[in-house]
Design a binder for this molecule. Structure first.
Ligand code: EPU
Length: 337
């Protein structure tokens, strides 16, 4: 059974809180529902969009098309040994619900990804990541409905071609796949990753390494830096952290010796938040929208703002960073026109 609505309000379904609507909105609760959309004219004609928790979307206007929200809700143990557990998780499960229940059951691998908004189905699309861990580290495979053929298909982690905030679902399969289920492989043996920033220090202060302490430290860090979507609209990091050539980073370090850098593969990652702050834009406000005062990588809607206003601010930031550092910022958020 699907549920279908027309002129559907999206304000509570996008974490920026923009007051927009969708011409048609479909809620699907099972893979079979999605397969049946093959014969649905609202879905097959014109623009369409698949949305999870709406925490990475920027609507610039009402959506003149059909939005599909997969709401498949299940966390099933597929098989387990004394070392590992394999889970099949429905796309509609709230990401943090999966992390919380895994931590409670003593399964290692997702704890660093605590408190990230959004759904399980969205997690492979942009390969969500935080505190030294990415979703790809725990994802074994992804099941989806191919919208060209309306058949169920599955990709291994390798076939998903995961990269920094990227996957095949943001590239070749963009707009062509509805993720229905993600299979995770978690460890039952302690396996911590607390090397990011001051994480290990925070965990020590909470009494030492345990799944609960890692989760608690991360929830505390995220809550102190990132706006609570219930209070202020945002979509988390608005830009990706840019990669530059090693030589370009060395050149920049001559002028800005305090610039933080992270070597990654053949390039160097520079925190976009630092670049934006150096341009004097941290906390900048333009009408109802602005740059978050505690984390310059996050753009916020103070209430009543629009997607176009946020986009104008984003362009202003890109220009300022380009002019000062010669570095191009790329948006992490998906702009929906
Ligand atoms: N920084 C500044 N000024 C700022 C913000 C950051 O100078 O206003 C500097 C910090 O001092 C630090 C560095 O930038 O040296 C990194 O900052 P932080 O640890 O806050 O992480 P980030 O690189 O800004 C990334 C992710 C976040 C994730 C954190 C923690 C991206 C685009 N963002 O941010 O992910 O939570 O690391 O791992 O990679 C998200 O994707 O929505 C998100 C919140």
């Amino acid at each position: 059974m699907i549920e279908k609505f027309y002129t559907y309000p999206l304000q509570s379904l996008n974490t920026f809180g923009f007051d927009v609507s969708a011409r048609c909105f479909i809620k699907a609760y099972a893979t079979q529902d999605i397969l049946q959309l093959r014969d649905d004219r609202d879905f097959t004609r014109g623009k369409r969009l698949v949305m999870g928790g709406g925490s990475n979307l920027l609507f610039t206007a009402n959506f003149d098309g059909c939005i599909l929200q997969p709401l498949l809700q299940s966390i099933d143990v597929a098989d387990e040994t004394s070392e590992k557990v394999r889970l099949h998780v429905g796309a509609g499960v709230a990401w943090d619900e999966l992390v919380r229940s895994s931590v409670e059951r003593g399964w290692y691998g997702l704890e660093n990804l605590s408190f990230i908004p959004g759904t399980v189905g969205a997690s492979p699309v942009q390969n969500i990541g935080a505190y030294g861990v990415e979703a790809k580290d725990a994802i074994e495979s992804v099941e989806y409905v191919n919208l060209d053929t309306f058949t169920v298909e599955r990709l291994s982690s390798e076939q998903c071609r995961f990269g920094y905030r990227s996957s095949i679902f943001k590239q070749e399969l963009k707009g062509k796949a509805v993720i229905t289920q993600v299979t995770f492989c978690l460890s039952k043996r302690p396996r911590y990753n607390t090397s990011y920033g001051s994480l290990s220090e925070m965990v020590k202060q909470l009494g030492g390494e345990s799944l609960r302490n890692v989760r608690q430290a991360i929830v505390a860090t995220r809550s102190s830096k990132l706006p609570d979507p219930a209070e202020m609209g945002s979509a988390g990091s608005f830009f990706k952290n840019p990669f530059v050539e090693k030589s370009a980073a060395e050149e920049l370090l001559k002028t800005y010796p305090a610039m933080p850098t992270f070597t990654s593969g053949s390039g160097v990652k520079i925190p976009a938040g630092w670049l934006i702050e150096q341009c004097g834009l941290k906390g900048a406000r333009r009408g109802s929208v602005g740059v978050h005062p505690k984390q310059a990588l996050v753009l916020v809607n103070y209430g009543g703002g629009t997607g176009c206003e946020v986009l104008a601010l984003a362009y202003e930031i890109c220009r300022a960073v380009r002019d000062k550092f010669g570095v191009e910022l790329e948006m992490e958020v998906n702009v929906v026109a």
